[in-house]
Every structure is written in structure tokens, then in C-alpha cells.
Design a protein around this ligand. Structure first.
Ligand SMILES: Nc1ncnc2c1ncn2[C@@H]1O[C@H](COP(=O)(O)OP(=O)(O)OP(=O)(O)O)[C@@H](O)[C@H]1O
Length: 240
């Protein structure tokens, strides 16, 4: 469903290749690893300097992908003077969806009581809920999400996880970048570990917690705080 072939962006992504079928994929890696760059390339928001990407067999900028692919970037610029309902209505029209799709998306993210609020008055968490509701509206089969849960409270997070679980059960693909792995491990699936613009490792999420590097260091600890160790083991470099 989503394919990258030697995908490159100068100084940011160094030849990443994979082929992802339906299912959940957690895109992990330290700040600056290239997660946002990779997602923006797959979504057609950035052009690659080399290689290519395909979503459902089509190039990322194919207009036919609009109703088939959701992309929610890390920072979503929503016009502050519009109401929640107006933003959702814009998304609905852009994707050519029926009103029931708007209602479902608002309900999924718990926005029913805030439809008349102006975006500029929303808290950070509600803005993130709105970005998700607008982006995921209409059940597109491919979801590309860049740190979509960073501002969500436990209720918002539960709503997102439930929606994502339904999406996966329905045969969808979810590629999501995040740092707080513990909160989404119910989604299962596979983890893709990016480091310095390269894909280091792909493994089932449950193995992340038990995987050990050659010297016995647990990978989950490495992800949290000992990144030079990753460099040492995977690149053969001395730790800084
Ligand atoms: N517009 C840009 N122009 C040039 N370089 C950029 C630009 N945006 C990001 N970079 C660089 O590209 C690299 C990868 O950044 P990217 O935002 O993709 O990482 P990330 O893994 O998403 O990080 P984070 O976890 O902090 O969100 C970084 O070195 C960053 O400084």
C-alpha cells in the first residue's frame, strides 16, 4: 500500500526503502531523525531529491489520492477565526464526503460540544483533536500521521486509539510517528526505527521492549536516552 524506494532528501533522509502492506507501523527515532521529512515526502508535501514513493500504486501528488490518504502534519495551521464546524465542513467538501462523515469524525474525537467554538479559542489538545477529525474524516485507507498524540489528554488518546484500531481492523494502513511508545502499544504492529535519515531496524512492536543490541543494551532504553549507543552499534562509530 505504501512504498518507498531509495527515498532521499538532501541532509535529511538518506535513501530509505520499504514496502508496507495494510497494518500499523510506528515510526520511531530521536529528534531530527527524519520522521517528519519521510512522512511529508510520502504525503507529497515535499519533493524528494532522489528515489520515489508510491501510495496505493500512485505517486504521492496524484489528486486521486485526496480521499484515499490522510496526512496530519506535526503542526497544523488552522485559521483561528473559523469555527470547529466550519473547519470540519471544509474538510468534508474537499474530500467530497456526505454529512454523516463529518458527524462521525466529530463524534470520534469528542468534538460534538465544541462545534461553534472558534479555532483560536481552542486548547492545544482540542486543536489536535480537530486536526485529527478533519484529516481522518471519511475513512481513507492510508493514514500518515506525524506525532498526532503529543497534546492529547487520556480521553483524547483513548478516542484516537479506538479509531485507529477500527481503521486497522477494517484493513487500513497506519504510519504514525511518535515518541511516547507506551501509550500506543495496544495498536501492536511493527516499529520502524529511523536514525540520522536512515532506516535502522524494522521489528514487531512487542519486540522493542525485549530487543537487545549486540552488547546486551535493551533497545527500549536506547530509544529513550542513549542514542550514541545506536550510532556505535549500527554505524560502527565511537560514541561522542
Ligand atoms: N525545512 C527544512 N530545511 C532544511 N532542513 C530541515 C528542514 N526541516 C527539517 N530539517 C532538518 O532535517 C532533519 C530531519 O528533521 P525532521 O523534522 O524530519 O526530524 P524528526 O525525526 O521528525 O524530528 P522530531 O522528532 O524533532 O520531530 C533535521 O536535521 C532537521 O534539522
Amino acid at each position: 500500500m505504501v512504498e518507498a524506494v531509495n527515498l532521499e532528501k538532501r541532509g535529511r533522509l538518506k535513501g530509505v526503502s520499504f514496502r508496507l502492506e495494510a497494518g500499523g507501523y510506528l515510526l520511531l527515532g530521536p529528534n531530527g531523525a527524519g520522521k517528519s521529512t519521510l512522512l511529508a515526502l510520502l504525503a507529497g508535501r515535499l519533493l524528494p531529491d532522489g528515489g520515489k514513493a508510491r501510495l496505493l500504486g500512485r505517486p504521492p501528488r496524484d489528486p486521486g489520492l485526496v480521499p484515499l490518504r490522510a496526512y496530519v502534519p506535526q503542526q497544523v495551521a488552522l485559521p483561528p477565526f473559523l469555527t470547529v464546524l466550519e473547519v470540519l465542513e471544509m474538510a468534508r467538501r474537499l474530500k467530497g464526503l456526505p454529512p454523516s462523515a463529518l458527524e462521525e469524525a466529530a463524534e470520534r474525537m469528542g468534538l460534538e460540544g465544541r462545534l461553534s467554538s472558534r479555532v483560536g479559542t481552542l486548547s492545544g489538545g482540542y486543536r489536535q483533536r480537530l486536526a485529527l477529525a478533519a484529516g481522518l474524516m471519511g475513512r481513507p485507507p492510508v493514514w500518515l500521521l506525524d506525532e498526532p498524540i503529543s497534546a492529547l489528554d487520556p480521553g483524547g488518546l483513548r478516542r484516537f486509539v479506538l479509531w485507529a484500531q477500527d481503521h486497522l481492523e477494517g484493513g487500513g494502513l497506519l504510519l504514525v510517528s511518535l515518541h511516547r511508545l507506551e501509550e500506543v502499544q495496544d495498536l501492536g504492529g511493527r516499529a520502524l526505527l529511523l536514525f540520522r535519515g536512515k532506516l535502522l531496524l524494522e521489528l514487531p512492536v512487542e519486540e522493542l521492549f525485549t530487543y537487545r543490541l549486540a552488547d546486551g543494551t535493551p533497545l527500549s532504553g536506547v530509544l529513550r536516552d542513549v542514542h550514541p549507543k545506536v550510532r556505535e552499534v549500527f554505524y560502527g562509530e565511537e560514541p561522542a
